[in-house]
Design a protein. Structure first.
Length: 459
């Protein structure tokens, strides 16, 4: 089965946990867009893994992981991830594949990202400063450096010189920044190219041949639908396509090869950085939900803003992505609340609005309309079946399901792998609560091997 997993809100929906869970049944886990601005944190017992580029499926033995052409790759970050995995007994050799068509994040991209954001002052977008936007800009301008160029000594020399001449002029004359040394950047990045060359291949051909052989592919994206460059709250968006279409173009796979498209949504809404959040909670309640849900960015550590679940947002995400079902995460974060609100529609100039507006001006004039449900006021983190959920928790889930008209496939009631309620057994079946890779060494070199425990979590 070939499945695309899509974030339906503003990212941080908890996709990592379910990519990890579903990776058990997949042969390939393929990342299709974004870059090192995304962060998946995997906790196994007392051991933590943080991924920015490598799909988290790499923790499962024999699973093959793909970094697709839709990504922009920071080779320094990538090599650091590979190094850290190796230290902990996880070898990526023969299991990691990088698209030759992926673009390379260069040091001038990172600097431009930071200085441009500083110039925005009160109108900051909320970029992570990882060079993602400027790298995608060069890609669209047809001046970028691809992985295929990085590993080709002659091509890299020529393209780097042209890019540095332009970027150094821009940095010095417009942003009053010191430029970069051609020789230093050439030496550093040529070294990166030699190190990653063994992983580089035609990943579209690789994946399509795997599908033809009956292998299953799990398509992994970063961020969420409303950070999409086309469908998000522009300009407060990322520079790529987290939506389902991005999975196809970002890996070179046709739509007829896809079996299911599953969205992931939190039981509430969060957003990091700038941009609209229509259902944002009052400060004290927002802080309470943030602390309970540990709502801090895995990449930047920035606190996330929190809001009630927004079904207007989700209804549009279902339409844009053609979702067949939804995974609901972090239901347990709402355990302590006396009342819980559901935004069912907006009011705009006295009229009902059921779909998310593309205009920020219109959105700023929309007023969320809520239904108020009673909370369940008890812990649900140890509950394993839907039947045993408190009545009010089930009413909450059923109301979401009814208003959206979509099937709920899985519900997360905690960060641990076994804190998952399965409603659609055809999707996954009995959960396996053991990470499938050999024991790794925790901490410094020389420490004793530690076998992963049942209490594995993805934050």
């Amino acid at each position: 089965m070939n499945i695309i997993i899509v974030g339906t809100q503003f990212g941080d929906e908890g996709k990592g946990k379910f990519i990890d869970l579903l990776a058990k049944k997949a042969d390939y886990i393929a990342r299709y867009q974004g870059g090192a601005n995304a962060g998946h944190t995997v906790v196994i017992g007392k051991n933590e893994f943080i991924f920015h580029l490598i799909p988290s499926g790499i923790l499962h033995k024999r699973k093959k992981c793909v970094i697709g052409n839709g990504l922009v790759v920071d080779p320094e970050t990538l090599l650091e991830e590979i190094k850290n995995l190796r230290k902990r007994g996880i070898d990526v050799k023969g299991r990691l594949f990088i698209s030759e068509n992926a673009h390379v994040v260069m040091p001038y991209h990172k600097l431009l990202d930071r200085v441009k954001e500083l110039r925005r002052k009160g109108k900051k977008i909320g970029t992570t400063g990882r060079g993602i936007g400027p790298c995608y800009t060069d890609k669209v301008a047809r001046t970028g450096i691809r992985v295929a160029d990085l590993i080709d000594e002659r091509a890299f020399k020529e393209k780097l010189r042209k890019n540095l001449d332009e970027k150094n002029r821009l940095l010095k004359k417009i942003y009053h920044q010191k430029g970069f040394s051609y020789k230093r950047v050439l030496a550093e990045y040529s070294s990166y190219g030699r190190k990653i060359k063994k992983y580089v291949t035609n990943t579209s051909l690789l994946i399509n041949q795997a599908i033809d052989k009956g292998k299953s592919i799990l398509f992994e994206g970063a961020q969420g639908t409303f950070l999409d460059i086309d469908w998000g709250t522009y300009p407060y968006v990322t520079s790529s396509h987290p939506v389902v279409g991005g999975a196809l173009t970002g890996l070179g796979v046709g739509p007829t090869k896809i079996d299911r498209v599953i969205g992931v949504a939190k039981a509430y809404t969060t957003r990091v950085g700038g941009g609209p959040l229509p259902t944002e909670l009052p400060k004290r309640l927002g802080e309470r939900v943030r602390e309970k849900g540990r709502e801090y960015g895995a990449t930047t550590g920035r606190p996330r803003r929190c809001g009630w679940i927004d079904l207007v947002l989700l209804r549009s995400a279902i339409q844009i992505n053609g979702l067949d079902s939804l995974i609901l995460t972090k239901l347990d974060v709402l355990d302590e609340l006396k009342e819980i609100k559901i935004c069912t529609h907006y009011k705009y100039r006295g009229k009902r609005m059921d779909y998310f507006p593309n205009s920020l001006k219109v959105l700023s004039q929309c007023k969320p309309q809520y239904e108020v449900l009673k909370g369940w006021r008890e812990s649900i983190s140890e509950i394993k079946t839907y039947k045993k959920l408190p009545v009010n928790a089930k009413k909450y889930v059923e109301r979401i399901k009814k208003v959206l008209g979509i099937k709920i496939a899985l519900i997360s009631v905690g960060p641990q792998r076994d804190q998952t309620i399965i409603l659609d057994k055809s999707l996954y079946g009995p959960l396996a609560h053991q990470v499938e890779h050999r024991p790794f060494k925790a901490g410094v070199t020389g420490s004793s091997p530690v076998r992963p425990t049942i209490n594995a979590a993805i934050v």
